[in-house]
Design a protein around this ligand. Structure first.
Ligand code: PCD
Length: 806
């Protein structure tokens, strides 16, 4: 069509830029079985590694005899801590400043801990061989209850740290203590509590769970001894960081290491850390001179790599009789397992738990967190959560409900009374954050109207009365949750990983014909980055998204970035993308002026072109400008059209949302049915509404899983329960409720396109919403706080405890 006669709207539509429900380009290969995952990497001569794992939760290793395994045809090597010690690789540093055993050195500290790495010609031989390795143990007493970890006579877990009185985050109170972290004004908070009219105090336990992506953790390590180069394909959410860590650990120069994260089948935080499987595969490839593949099985994934939560939060609120919250006080006992391998920015031992004042204007607060060691797997990853924000939101949203019940007040009214008001933004919280923007009252009201809140409460009252008269065995719960997330780590002044500031990057290159290749330091695991980054560039540069290829995950080609977790890709790399595009546009403006023979101040941007001000028929499209960048430039200008930006955000972004869940619970079976779930999310400027909806569906489904059944628990001997999908609840379409979604748009004032993250929000808001629904159903029976997960037998037990089965 003639370039001149198309309307602006028509030209904008062709671009498929921001705000458009563009279909996911990556799905073309995913839906046709053409994805390229780590397990698709098959190299000549490749060997397979597998672990001998501890059957004990705590034991001394008296001996390891690998002779029978080594005699099995096809077995090439068996590595133990003794082999790694001379290389100083039997322990590796963790992101939290601790060390973690790569292969158990003299002692095992949790069930299924890695003891030896068997390398064989194929997976089956390796699996047979691990059965032939004889490990002799001397069992030691086990600590599974974090409340027992610091008892005076508790068994000593970390013998390697016995003499260390001071850890990376200060003094240790006990040999099983990791750190004590305090934020806020304790004297001022205590003073308010001492005089408050109403005080609530509850222990809210956020149980241990696991991200359980469908694709487990895996890698292929290939050392080319001739070139002295190491290539690692792996399920890495942060490939650049992996390269830096491998270089620091191995002494191999960083430019001789190639880290490639190909397609990833879900991450959810599980693929942030560095695991023994990666280290052992690299060592084995260096020793044997051939590629070595390691692929976790499901039980290994669930029981050894990266658990989440395990926070025991004693939460107090002080308020007036009419519901004005005056202060908050929380003590958290954090169970970190055998090693402190939490994936948090270095300076934050409990992540962003200090966002726990939530969406409310609470004048003073104090938070104290004690981390302890137990005989459990290590990890503490942000499973669909920005570094402990889901724990924080759970604590405040349960506390609000408890306080409302105590005051005999509706919990929405209590929220409305205490919300941070729109005019208070940017808002400084008592625990040190600056919330960028929000409009909480409006969002909450929109949801109340949409679900017909007062009618729901009236119905609930009628059901409660019928229940009391014995006319029904169903209880009805109305769960409300309002959350504020904190995503986009982060300003490098307070966020780093192993000393590398948490910026992110984008590099955009326009080819002569006007098509684009762009690369980012982040790494999609299913979020749809190939689709959405292209939409940002399309809008900023006026080139159709279909003409833009997005690449991530190859450290040789992509600029350095800190990766994808904590919903940081949009807030950080998304900003870098917009800024890099704007650099290109500034150069394009000069080229356009040159082509149009006017001053650069006389041209203006118009969707996909620069036009002469006042003369819209005189213009040059971006495609024409791209061509000129390679052959007809203003005198003295360097050819080409490309730019790179490393973006260090001035602040985090604070998405928020209001959720309501309507649930029916059968007291005789304990079965809970979600009748309705309504989720309103505000993530600022929306890049792709369809992808956002998908993110919300996924996050809510995981919230449903975690709150209603998913759990990694341990018996008294430290045997891990729930290490397979027989016991670990992973909802399918059959169990999953239907989601209703909604939104408001409150742009971030400091982000170049006003966008905030969204990937984790639904999980963060969803868990308290489900739990509040369950608790709300039982509240009129004075049940007290009911701990998660809310599976049928536990809900049946609550009914039983309340005497409802008599
Ligand atoms: N968006 C839009 N707009 C806005 C925002 C956003 O559109 N405003 C979109 C984007 O573009 C993308 C998505 O959405 O695509 C997301 O984003 P974000 O929020 O930024 O985020 P990212 O960073 O990208 O991502 C991350 C997240 C996380 S964190 C998680 S867990 C999860 C989520 O993401 N994971 C996952 N989601 C998902 N999905 C899938 N499919 N898969 C996965 O794996 Mo962590 O920390 O790691 O725990």
């Amino acid at each position: 069509m003639n370039e001149m006669i198309r309307t602006q709207a028509e030209r904008a539509e062709v671009l498929q830029g921001m705000g458009c429900k563009r279909k996911r380009t990556e799905d073309i290969r995913f839906t046709q079985g053409r994805g390229n995952y780590v397990d698709d990497v098959k190299l000549p001569g490749m060997l397979f590694g597998d672990f001998v794992r501890s059957s004990h939760a705590h034991a001394r290793i008296k001996s390891i005899d690998a002779s029978k395994a080594l005699a099995l045809p096809g077995v090439k090597a068996v590595l133990t801590a003794a082999d790694l010690k001379p290389l100083n690789l039997h322990y590796m540093p963790t992101l939290a400043g601790d060390v973690a055993a790569v292969l158990a050195d003299e002692k095992v500290l949790f069930q299924n801990q890695e003891i030896a790495f068997v390398v064989a010609e194929d997976r089956y031989i390796a699996a047979d061989a691990i059965e032939l390795v004889d490990v002799e143990y001397e069992a030691l007493p086990v600590v599974v209850d974090p409340f027992q970890a610091m008892a005076p006579d508790a068994p000593l877990l970390r013998e390697d740290l016995k003499e260390k009185r001071v850890g990376p985050h200060g003094e240790r109170k006990h040999y099983n203590h990791i750190f004590n972290w305090q934020v806020g004004d304790k004297p001022a908070t205590d003073a308010v509590f001492a005089n408050a009219e109403v005080v609530t105090k509850d222990l809210f336990t956020y149980h241990r769970t696991h991200p359980s992506p469908l694709e487990t953790c895996q890698c292929v390590a290939s050392m080319d001894k001739v070139k002295g180069e190491l290539t690692i394909w792996g399920t890495f959410q942060a490939p650049h960081v992996v390269r830096t860590v491998v270089s620091l650990l191995s002494g191999i120069a960083e430019h001789k290491i190639h880290v490639i994260a190909p397609d990833i089948g879900g991450g959810f935080g599980n693929k942030v850390g560095v695991y023994p499987g990666y280290v052992c595969s690299v060592v084995a490839s260096i020793v044997l001179g051939v590629p070595v593949k390691w692929v976790e099985d499901r039980m290994e994934n669930l029981s050894t790599t990266s658990f989440a939560r395990d926070y025991h939060m004693t939460t107090e609120l002080a308020a007036t009789k009419d519901g004005k919250i005056l202060a908050m006080r929380i003590h958290v006992l954090a169970d970190h397992g055998a090693f402190d391998a939490c994936a948090d920015p270095s300076k934050w031992p409990a992540g962003f738990m200090n966002i726990c004042t939530g969406s409310y204007d609470i004048p003073v607060a104090h938070l104290e967190v004690d981390g302890v060691y137990t005989n459990k797997a290590s990890g503490g990853v942000a499973y669909r959560c920005s570094f402990r924000v889901t724990e924080a939101v759970y604590a405040i949203e349960r506390a609000i409900e408890v306080l409302a019940h105590r005051l005999g007040m509706d919990s929405v009214e209590l929220r409305m009374k205490n919300f941070i008001r729109a005019e208070q933004f940017p808002y400084h919280s008592a625990l040190g954050w600056e919330y960028d923007s929000g409009n909480y009252h409006f969002a909450m009201q929109k949801v109340m109207d949409a679900v017909g809140y007062s009618a729901l409460r009236a119905e609930q009252k009628a059901i409660q009365e019928a229940f009391s008269r014995g006319e029904t065995r169903q209880l009805m719960g109305v769960g409300v949750a309002f959350f504020t997330e904190i995503v986009g780590a982060g300003p490098s002044r307070n966020c780093d990983i192993l000393g590398v500031g948490m910026f992110d990057s984008a590099e955009i290159r326009i080819h002569p014909t006007g098509s684009i290749v762009a690369r980012m330091g982040t790494k999609s695991q299913g979020q749809g980055h190939e689709t959405t980054y292209a939409q940002i560039i399309a809008t900023e540069l006026g080139i159709p998204a279909d003409d833009i290829t997005i690449e991530e995950g190859n450290t040789d080609t992509a600029p350095y970035g800190l990766g994808t977790y904590g919903s940081r890709s949009t807030p950080v790399a998304g900003a870098a993308t917009a800024v890099a595009a704007r650099k290109i546009r500034a150069k394009a403006q000069m080229i356009a002026a040159h082509l149009l023979e006017v001053s650069e101040y006389d041209v203006e941007w118009d969707i996909d072109r620069f036009r002469v001000k006042g003369l819209p028929e005189k213009f040059k499209t971006m495609k024409e400008i791209a061509w000129a960048a390679y052959n007809n430039l203003p005198p003295g200008m360097e050819p080409g059209l490309e730019a790179v930006n490393y973006y260090d955000p001035p602040n985090m972004t604070y998405p928020f949302g209001a959720y309501v869940c309507v649930m029916d619970i059968d007291v005789d079976t304990g079965v809970a049915k979600t009748r309705r779930f309504y989720a309103l999310d505000d993530c600022g400027t929306r890049i792709n509404p369809m992808i956002i909806e998908g993110q919300v569906h996924g996050g809510l489904t995981e919230a449903f899983a975690v709150s209603m059944g998913q759990e990694i628990s341990y018996d008294a001997q430290g045997n891990v329960m729930g290490a397979s999908f027989m016991d670990f609840f992973l909802p399918t379409a059959v169990e999953t409720p239907k989601w209703e979604t909604d939104f408001t748009v409150t742009p971030s004032p400091h982000h170049p396109i006003g966008a905030k993250g969204v990937g984790e929000s639904p999980h963060v808001g969803g868990v308290p919403c489900f739990s509040n629904a369950v608790n709300d159903a039982f509240a009129f029976l004075e049940a007290g706080h009911i701990q998660m997960p809310h599976d049928a037998w536990r809900l049946w037990s609550v009914a039983d405890r309340l005497g409802l089965h008599a």
